[in-house]
Design a protein around this ligand. Structure first.
Ligand SMILES: Cc1cc2nc3c(=O)[nH]c(=O)nc-3n(C[C@H](O)[C@H](O)[C@H](O)COP(=O)(O)O)c2cc1C
Length: 321
């Protein structure tokens, strides 16, 4: 499948594995890339910029196909050294960066100067247009269904994707709610050049998280997520469990961030992935878990998604015959 996204990224299939905190490590990213998609290593999962360079090298030892790095720039009281991570990304030699959160403008010259292609992930048409204006190469438009931060507009992909296609000139891929060939075919029909998937790749054999979490995703339905931090206008879609429901309740009752700080601590979330205790803290997953029914290899996800999409597209062409 050739699209503007496969051409731009130098990959075989229009499928990207989005940045995932604690999940986007070398094994998973390399497996996606090796299968012809684009695997992405998550910068901030690595404790230091030096560790990030080493992680990219580790992925390189597993595949010689293109790889990307995700840099998520979020407001924070003690922000990580973003500029140092950008330097490490350049030094690592990857040629693709996925930026998310804040606008990547402060780093554009450095990234472009080093020959990187910049894919900016955002959740609204206006932010996509801004990204185009500052010179990013491609947008990843993340609908309300998505795991992680869906923004505050609540526009699902079925509207957001064609709305983006109507306005944007640079290529874009669709993100949020994609897990199979039906989704890929639909994204292409709606005007995207491919898909970005998070939850689907999180639930694969190479995903470096406890099996209990993958099993929980298989068992869950599309209804089993919560939107936390809504009253703080920093919404995040996470798995529904005792902790996330308590966070929703406290903030809905007028609580402040300080009242939930301990419940949402990153260390607790990390325990979920490492120990497999799905009630230990907050962990990200999207509504699309309702469509995830198995734990295949990441390569199998890529190949079967493309195969299914091709079959659907072929079947659809017969409708007008
Ligand atoms: C466990 C997990 C962690 C994530 N962490 C990040 C992150 O650190 N930065 C980011 O930009 N997106 C993050 N995301 C969002 C994904 O990159 C992607 O946009 C999202 O999963 C798409 O929705 P989907 O899960 O329905 O495919 C995360 C998603 C998951 C499932």
């Amino acid at each position: 499948m050739k699209t503007r996204a496969t051409e731009l990224l130098g990959i075989e299939h229009p499928i990207v594995q989005g940045g995932m905190m604690w999940v986007g490590r070398a094994e998973l990213a390399a497996a996606v890339s090796e299968a012809g998609g684009l695997g992405i290593i998550t910068a901030l999962t690595q404790p230091t910029p030096e560790d990030l360079v080493a992680e990219v090298e580790r992925a390189r030892s597993l595949t010689d196909k293109p790889l990307g790095v995700n840099l998520t720039i979020l407001p924070s009281i003690n922000p990580p050294p973003y500029a140092d991570y950008v330097k490490a990304i350049v030094e690592s030699g990857v040629k693709i960066i996925e930026t998310a959160g804040a606008n990547p403008e402060p780093f554009m010259d450095e990234l472009k100067g080093a020959g990187l292609k910049i894919v900016h992930k955002c959740t609204s048409v206006r932010h996509a247009l801004k990204a185009q204006r500052i010179g990013v190469d491609m947008v990843s438009i993340d609908g309300f269904e998505c795991a992680g931060h869906p923004g505050e507009d609540d526009i699902p992909g079925l509207v957001l994707i064609p709305a983006t296609a109507d306005k944007l000139e640079i290529p874009f891929i669709a993100s949020g709610g994609f897990a199979d060939g039906r989704g890929l075919a639909a994204a292409l029909a709606l005007g995207a050049e491919g898909v970005n998937m998070g939850s689907r790749f999180m639930c694969t054999t190479e995903s470096p998280i406890a099996d209990e979490v993958k099993k929980a995703i298989v068992d869950a339905t599309e209804r089993d997520t919560e939107l936390i931090f809504r009253p703080l206008r920093n919404t995040a879609r996470v798995a529904s469990n005792e902790v996330s429901r308590e966070v929703v309740q406290i903030l809905d009752d007028g609580g402040e961030f300080e009242d939930v700080r301990e419940l949402v601590a990153g260390a607790r979330g990390r325990t979920v992935y490492e120990k497999g205790d799905t009630e230990a803290g907050i962990w990200s997953v999207g509504m699309v878990q309702g469509l995830i029914n198995d734990i295949p290899s990441a390569g199998e996800v890529v190949t079967r998604t493309v195969r299914e999409a091709e079959q659907i597209i072929e079947r659809l062409t017969t409708l007008s015959a």
